[in-house]
Design a protein around this ligand. Sequence first.
Ligand code: NDP
Ligand code: A1CAB
Length: 273
Amino acid sequence: MSVGRDLPASLMLVGAGKMGGAMLAGWLDAGLDPAATTVIDPAPSEAMTRLCAERGVALNPQSPAPAAVMVLAIKPQGLDAAAPDLDRLIGPETLLVSVLAGKTVANLRGRLPAAQAVVRAMPNLPASIGRGATGAFANHKVTPGGRASADALLSAAGTVAWLDDEDAVDAVTAVSGSGPAYVFLMVETLAEAGVAAGLPPDVAGRLARATVAGAGALLDADPAEAGALRQAVTSPGGTTAAALSVLMAEDGLAPLMRRAVAAAKRRAGELSG
Ligand SMILES: NC(=O)C1=CN([C@@H]2O[C@H](COP(=O)(O)OP(=O)(O)OC[C@H]3O[C@@H](n4cnc5c(N)ncnc54)[C@H](OP(=O)(O)O)[C@@H]3O)[C@@H](O)[C@H]2O)C=CC1
Ligand SMILES: O=C(O)[C@@H]1CCC=N1
């Protein structure tokens, strides 16, 4: 699908924080018309204010007109307070694309009755460099053209997986939405372990960061499965095997990751409503 061709004729981004800001930069780079783009955020960061000024994007205009697509990127906990004002900004043809964790299509339509066609999307932070991973679900009111627009927007930020089952969005949230934080934590804990093993903190930090970044880049460049790449590092009877006997033990990383993902999915469910 051609990203540029299917980008919406006009777009309103509501909430230009970490996730909204990351996506906006990618969309503008992908060819979204800045003159047809509006950002609504009551207290935009300096960087967002500068980006809008430099690229010619309208920031908090007095009387914004409904756009072809509204992307909602406020916190889920802020939906109730924001909804009455936002509902007035949704036209009969507006496609609502929400990235709010936990908020279901029914939750959204309950707060925003003007919204008919709704896409629930769960992107992640590497969208800021066009390397995001997004899961998306479209309700039955979304037309093929609306889905193509949403796909073009989300694809501008990286890989998109469309989901047939809305319940899967909470699992996507727990795996890829929150997932970058798990990887960043891996860098932090690997560095800490390096210090405990005797490395100076700056050396441990630099090597841990470069190791995770390099492993990610290799995973990206090499079509081999992650397990095969792991085996390529593991010399029989060597140091990696010794470490993996700890990480792959019955009480190692796998059950810990299952518990972490289950906790995130449970939290997404709690944010529903
Ligand atoms: N961060 C991430 O990695 C991911 C986040 N998400 C989802 O993205 C959404 C935003 O998260 P994130 O970017 O981290 O949060 P942020 O707090 O960074 O961004 C939310 C932004 O919305 C603004 N805002 C608050 N109320 C309104 C309003 N009524 N109208 C317009 N803007 C408003 C906030 O302003 P102020 O700060 O002044 O309140 C803030 O700038 C969440 O729903 C989250 O679940 C999804 C995937 C990944
Ligand atoms: O932590 C959160 O709730 C959001 C959703 C996924 C990533 N950040």
